[in-house]
Design a protein around this ligand. Structure first.
Ligand SMILES: [Ca+2]
Ligand SMILES: [Ca+2]
Length: 572
């Protein structure tokens, strides 16, 4: 009876969740008064229609306030702010969430996840952002959990495990909201985990569907078996698919028109490719997954039989354009492997593939008919013999990629993609390795090296129709932050040297910069508040580069750590 009474009262007084609905989130790109999704809209183009701040007045952009994440926990701050109803929400390093007053910067609340000893993030203790829905802020933690907080007070509403951290699972991506579900991936490709995409009920956190990314593993839908991914042993020999990697560690995008969720997948495990002959599906790929059924509709593999740690996780950004005289539904990805791919987003057909970096040693070009790379002879590191390491090869891009996690932007005005890229190479070799739960599973070694005298980082404006680089800005240290484009003819991105910079979107001319006191590896956003246009970005140097940078580390050895939210507006 008690249960019935409770149900009755719930019906009589429906628990109306105040706050953004799924419909509001789908419309985020058209509502410049708030930022309620990662990427500023389900397509994640990171384009704002605001133009009060523009290339003629950006020189008058000044800080409105700054807010510290405080404490002793610094390291990489890769988050993108969420702005809603007078509050700015940011995630911080070490699985923290903060709510700040959007007018004053005063802290409203802070949530610190209690992380166990023995978490195994490969590439710093970062987090890339939260999702907002109704009364909740939802984010992923380094011990592979998804947590929903009450956005008014930071109290936990639900807390769900998405992987076993003791087996190397973790999570750092911003979740996305699709049809009242929260959809997320997992991290841990360097530990022989199995990549997956999963959808949960946003109100309860209960699992709706789970789709592994490695062939042979069973998916689920509403607690029932939902078909094996691919066909067991079709592109993997023996048992290696059981610990095959393919982590979906960067999250995904969503296209309401096709109802497809696009997630990239990471490297096959281990790195030593001689142990796993075959294409190793669906690693180093983009997967298009039906949002309702959790089934893979199409896939495109950027690096078949990867041997360089060319994770294919980079964001796949839907855009509409005329190609070959036809209006096309397209999507683009700037891959770790140095090529920029344009696909038909309805079926995964390759429409174009162009280099966006100085050098690709592993493949010359991409065959537009087959969609496969034209591999370079001798470009793959050699097989170990017995206990001896295999032949060392010089490879470019380095495993940190022509572009890594940092999201590009697409301007609907210039019709260009703005790609935060890096020119660097590596010596790489293979070693013997066997899988052991919770231990690094590489079977490879590497040293990263610069390949240019004057830069590593390069922000590049790419015409997706022609593959032409329209302009580039070179930066001494590696670029590691996200990009924002606006209708004000502006492109913003941060540098490890501590600057947030603004460029002319058409010409690439640098128009403004501000020193934030630590490296900027977060993703900037913009919104309108009380009739004025604001810009916000996180500052705090870290991420994979200082951990794995090898010889390029000299470009950033003087940079201090930090943890600040910076907010700017025009000085009127
Ligand atoms: Ca909005
Ligand atoms: Ca990887």
């Amino acid at each position: 009876m008690a249960a019935l009474a409770a149900a009755g009262s719930a019906l009589a007084v429906p628990a109306m969740a105040e706050g953004p609905t799924t419909a509001d989130i789908m419309n985020d790109a058209n509502t410049p008064g708030d930022v309620i999704s990662y990427g500023m809209g389900p397509w994640q183009q990171r384009f704002s229609t605001l133009d009060k701040l523009n290339s003629t007045n950006v020189s008058k952009l000044v800080p409105a306030f700054a807010a510290s994440l405080g404490g002793e926990k610094q390291r990489g701050q890769e988050s993108q702010p969420i702005v809603y109803d007078g509050t700015i929400y940011v995630t911080g390093s070490y699985s923290r969430v903060f709510a700040f007053d959007a007018k004053t910067g005063e802290k409203k609340w802070e949530y610190n996840a209690r992380l166990p000893d023995g978490i195994m993030p490969c590439c710093d203790v970062v987090n890339r952002g939260a999702a907002i829905h109704g009364d909740k802020i939802i984010f992923a933690t380094l011990d592979a959990r998804l947590i929903a907080l009450n956005r008014e007070n930071g109290k936990v509403i639900w807390n769900k495990k998405i992987g076993d951290y003791q087996a190397g699972y973790s999570a750092t991506a911003a979740p996305i909201i699709v049809k009242d579900m929260v959809i997320t991936g997992n991290s841990g490709g360097e530990f022989g985990i199995v990549g997956a995409v999963e959808a949960r009920n946003v109100d309860t956190g209960e699992l709706v569907w789970h789709r592994p990314t490695i062939e042979g593993h069973m998916g689920t839908l509403n607690g029932q078996d939902n078909g094996i991914t691919g066909k067991t042993n079709a592109t993997w020999e023996g048992d290696l698919w059981k610990t095959g990697g393919g982590a979906t560690w960067l999250g995904g995008t969503y296209d309401p028109g096709t109802n497809l969720v696009y997630f990239g997948t990471g490297n096959p495990a281990p790195w030593n490719s001689h142990l796993r002959p075959g294409d190793n599906l669906y690693t180093s790929s983009t997967l298009a997954i039906d949002a309702d059924t959790g089934k893979i509709k199409w896939h495109y593999q950027t690096t078949p039989h990867d041997g360089w740690d060319f994770d294919g996780v980079n964001e796949f950004i839907p855009f509409d354009a005329k190609m070959g005289g036809k209006n096309m539904k397209l999507g683009a990805k700037a891959d770790r492997n140095g090529f920029f791919y344009v696909l038909d987003r309805t079926n995964g057909k390759l429409m174009g593939a162009h280099k966006f970096v100085m050098q690709t040693t592993w493949a010359d070009s991409i065959d537009l008919k087959t969609g496969r790379p034209n591999f370079t002879e001798g470009g793959r590191p050699g097989a170990p013999s017995g206990a001896e390491k295999g032949e060392v090869v010089f490879s470019s891009p380095s495993f940190l990629g022509g572009k890594n996690w940092m999201p590009m932007a697409y301007s609907q005005d210039t019709e260009l993609f703005y790609i935060p890229s890096n020119d660097w190479g590596m010596d790489i070799w293979n070693e013997p390795i066997a899988y052991k739960k919770g231990a690094a599973y590489l079977g490879a070694g590497f040293t990263i090296k610069p390949i240019a005298e004057d830069h590593i980082g390069a922000l590049r404006a790419m015409d997706p129709k022609t593959g032409k680089i329209v302009w580039e800005y070179k930066n001494p240290a590696p670029l590691w932050g996200g990009v924002l484009a606006t209708r004000g003819n502006l492109v913003f991105t941060g540098t490890p040297e501590g600057y947030l910079k603004a460029f002319d979107a058409k010409t690439g001319q640098e128009l403004w910069k501000f020193q934030t006191g630590s490296g900027v590896v977060g993703s900037p956003v913009t919104w309108e508040q009380d009739g004025e246009q604001y810009v916000a970005v996180m500052s705090g140097w870290g991420g994979a580069v200082p951990l794995w940078g090898g010889e390029v580390a000299k470009t950033f050895k003087e940079i201090s750590q930090g943890g600040m939210l910076w907010v700017f507006k025009l000085n009127n």
